[in-house]
Design a protein around this ligand. Structure first.
Ligand SMILES: *Cc1c(COP(=O)(O)O)cnc(C)c1O
Length: 315
């Protein structure tokens, strides 16, 4: 397998450069999200549709553009989920060529597996022993599973009305579970405080640079899978948006693919879908605001997207 071509971290807002070989959270200059940068010119020498063909059937196949020691990641086989043609659903929705990328087949049942595989791999490499994760639910399951796999202690906080199956799963994987009143925002406050007291490393969405590196592999897979169908990228990507990691990650993947000369400048239209009872990004978009106001009294049947105040709203 080729090596990672990770070079440094960069602030997504102010552009400040940060070391990639030490633990990092947010930009020390401006407090916003850091993103990983790669030497894409040298990555492009070995990264191609053909060279990918013989590689492992998980997201670490994109080794050149993944962080850290890509030859021994903390993996449970995440990624390479099926891309399903859905003609009956498409006819019902009035979309003639509708495809579903079924992320439910990931370890712990959601695409949170991708982000946590990447983040926990990197945390383990950089010496973390205890990590804190505020979650609306699914990131807690994934964090507990991957931390267990890595031999790291996980401390997970989630709303007390999260589905009980998720709570059971987190505990079954051996993580410490704390229930809080309110939403993921309140879980975030709790974890930040406990982490400061006890020295945990916090993996909150986009307050840590590598979860997005895992989630971006959805973009690489869309490129690889639609490419195999001879179609290029899809015209439109519709994504259920909470913290925004997946949407931001796929966009980053397309930029990296372009920089490696593998696609042109065209992009799918990216549509962030939120629940009517918790839609801070949709509201900010409609009002043409750069930042999103926190959503009051967030409620939805879809716990995974109940994120009233996403940290990286501007991205
Ligand atoms: C976390 C989650 C989302 C939102 O993902 P982001 O990338 O954080 O926006 C959507 N659906 C499900 C099922 C989730 O678990």
């Amino acid at each position: 397998m080729p090596l990672s071509h990770l070079t440094h971290l960069e602030c997504s807002i102010c552009g400040e450069r940060h070391e990639a070989d030490v633990l990092q959270t947010i930009c020390t200059a401006c407090g916003r999200a850091l993103v990983a940068r790669y030497d894409l010119t040298s990555a492009a020498r070995t990264f191609s549709r053909e060279s990918l063909a013989g590689r492992p059937w998980n997201m670490w196949r994109y080794a050149e553009v993944m962080p850290g020691d890509v030859s021994s990641p903390t993996t449970l086989g995440e990624g390479m989920t099926p891309l399903l043609s859905t003609p009956r659903l498409g006819a019902h929705a009035g979309v003639p060529d509708l495809w579903v990328k079924d992320e439910g087949g990931n370890p712990t049942g959601s695409f949170k597996a991708r982000g946590l595989s990447a983040a926990i791999s990197r945390a383990r490499e950089l010496g973390v022993t205890d990590l804190g994760v505020p979650t609306a639910g699914n990131a807690g399951s994934a964090a507990a599973a991957y931390a267990s796999r890595a031999g790291i202690r996980a401390h997970v906080a989630m709303p007390d009305d999260t589905p009980s199956t998720i709570m059971a799963e987190v505990q079954a994987y051996g993580a410490e579970l704390t229930l809080v009143k309110g939403t993921i925002s309140d879980a975030g406050t709790y974890i930040a405080q406990r982490a400061a007291e006890e020295g945990w490393f916090v993996l909150a969405t986009l307050k840590e640079p590598y979860r997005v590196e895992g989630k971006k592999t959805m973009g690489y897979e869309l490129w690889e899978q639609f490419g195999d169908l001879g179609d290029g990228l899809p015209d439109v990507v519709v994504y259920p948006t909470g913290g925004g990691t997946g949407l931001i990650g796929m966009w980053k993947a397309f930029d990296e693919l372009e920089a490696m000369g593998l696609i042109g400048s065209e992009r799918p239209r990216m549509i962030a879908v939120q629940a009517e009872g918790c839609a801070p990004i949709v509201r900010a978009f409609d009002l043409r605001l750069d930042r999103a106001e926190p959503w009051e009294d967030a409620q939805t049947l879809a716990p995974g997207i109940r994120v009233p105040a996403p940290f990286a709203d501007d991205l």
